[in-house]
Structure formats: C-alpha cells, structure tokens
Design a protein around this ligand. Structure first.
Ligand code: HH2
Length: 256
C-alpha cells in the first residue's frame, strides 16, 4: 500500500503533494514502483496534529481520489470522517482506512452500506496528545482485544470478515518499546482471522532507533516492512514502494 498524503503537515512528506496534480503524479509513480493499493489521506494524524474540517479534507482528497479511482489500482481513503467516507466510496474508493477503527457515529454504517474493504486501526487517545504518556499493562493483549471488539462491531453491522483488515497502529499512542512488542508479536494478530496491515514507514520509532530524520529513514523502513511481512502482515503501508518491493522480492524468492 503506497501512501499519498495531500497535506501541508504530514510528518514525513508534508507539503510535497499538496497540489492535486503533484499528488496524482506521485500516485502514478508509486503504481509504477509496484504499489497494489493507494492510500489517499488529507489529514495528518502525526503526534500533535490538529484536526482538519470536513470541508478542507474533502477539498484536498476528492480531486485526487477522483483522478485515481478509475485506474486499475484500488484506492483507499485514509479518513475518520463518515462524510468523506461516503463521498470517497461514491467516487470509487475500494477501501476505507480509519485510524479510529470506524468509531465515529455513522462510520461503521457508512462502510457497511458499500462493498468496500475496511481497515480498523488501534490508537490510544487522539493524535493531539497520544504520545504524551502512552501506557498499557500488556500492549499486545490490549491492542488485540480492542481489534477483536472492533471486528465484532463491524460484523454486527453487516461487514463480512473477508472485507476486514486490522492494524495495531504503530506509533499511535505507543512508545518505542510498545511498538517493538507489537512487531515481535505480530503473528498473534493473525489469530483474529482477518487480514493484517502494518504501517511503520518512516515513523518516529525508526528515528529513535537510527537517529535519522523522516526522509532518511528509507533503509530502516524497508527493514521494518520486511520484518512485518515475515511476522505475518498481509499489507504494508509504505512511502518507499520500490525499495520495499525489492526487499520483499528477495524474501519471496527465499520462501518459494
Ligand atoms: N499511519 C499513518 C496514517 N495512517 N493508517 C493505518 N492503517 N496505519 C498506519 O500505521 C497509519 C495510517 C501516519 O503516517 P503518514 O500518513 O505518513 O503521516 P501523517 O499522519 O502525518 O500524514
């Protein structure tokens, strides 16, 4: 899954693709590099980020989504707002990727009405404050239990299991140790019986481990994506598609 952020303030590529034409060109580059899914977002959820209004998020996302939805690559909309989910689905989005696991009023019903895939992610707190003092008794168990509850809620609303993807939400209300524990135990999330997504690309955890700025975290991101796939992830959400593809090609060759 290649990331297309149409935001002025995303932590790793903010402002680079704020112009729709540049965002579409970037998406085509990611497709050329081998992206199987495009994840289009118009609101940064980095630690400390301020929320964006529906109007502003719609203004950022919809022109890009409309330009890409008719292409051969499935488009995911990265949003927590049911209003934008609705419009994106009508314009051809194949997936709703929600960092709040469809918990906003009306979100689950909106996704249930259409034949789209959903990604249910775990986050402790909200982006404004989530990194202030994240705490868990047992991070793996708590995140897994939360996701199990959200899968059950999605199923109750009529979303079939084969449409559901879960994501432990690396960096969303988690310390480096929490993230490492989740990565180490990722295979356990397969027991939930749905597809598993991991998003580690360029995240602060990799900065802490390497001392590098977001743009210089490509090698660390590739290592993290490879480890995630080795540990059971079906989908990796990445900024650097070509580099990740190369690493996965080596892994795949070894496996087969
Ligand atoms: N991470 C980010 C955004 N959306 N969605 C899922 N399912 N999983 C993730 O780990 C995830 C996500 C944050 O990364 P990015 O989009 O690069 O930054 P920003 O939120 O600053 O736009």
């Amino acid at each position: 899954m290649g990331v297309v952020n149409i935001t002025p303030d995303s932590f790793s590529d903010g402002g680079q693709y704020a112009d729709p034409a540049r965002a579409v060109a970037h998406a085509h580059r990611l497709i050329g590099e081998g992206s199987d899914i495009l994840d289009i977002g118009g609101e940064s959820t980095r630690p400390g980020a301020a929320p964006v209004s529906l109007d502003e998020e719609r203004r950022r996302v919809m022109p890009v989504l409309e330009a890409l939805a008719a292409g051969g690559v499935p488009v995911s909309v990265d949003t927590r707002k049911p209003g934008l989910m609705r419009e994106a689905i009508a314009a051809g989005a194949a997936m709703v990727n929600d960092v709040t696991a469809l918990s906003a009023p009306g979100a689950i019903e909106t996704a249930a009405k259409a034949p789209v895939a959903v990604c249910l992610m775990h986050m402790q707190g909200d982006p404004g404050t989530m990194q202030v003092n994240p705490g868990y008794q047992d991070v793996v168990r708590e995140v897994r239990d939360y996701l199990a509850g959200r899968i059950a809620a999605a199923e109750r609303a009529g979303i079939a299991r084969d449409r559901i993807v879960v994501d432990p939400g690396f960096g969303f209300g988690k310390t480096v140790e929490h993230n490492l524990a989740l990565l180490r135990a990722l295979a356990e999330f397969r027991q939930l019986g749905v597809a598993l997504l991991a998003g580690l690309s360029r995240k602060a955890m990799l900065g802490k481990l390497t001392g590098r700025e977001p743009r210089d975290r490509v090698h660390a991101s590739v290592a993290a994506a490879l480890l995630a796939v080795q540990n059971g992830a079906h989908i990796v959400r990445v900024h650097d598609v070509a580099a990740t593809r190369d690493a996965l090609a080596v892994w795949q060759a070894l496996k087969s």
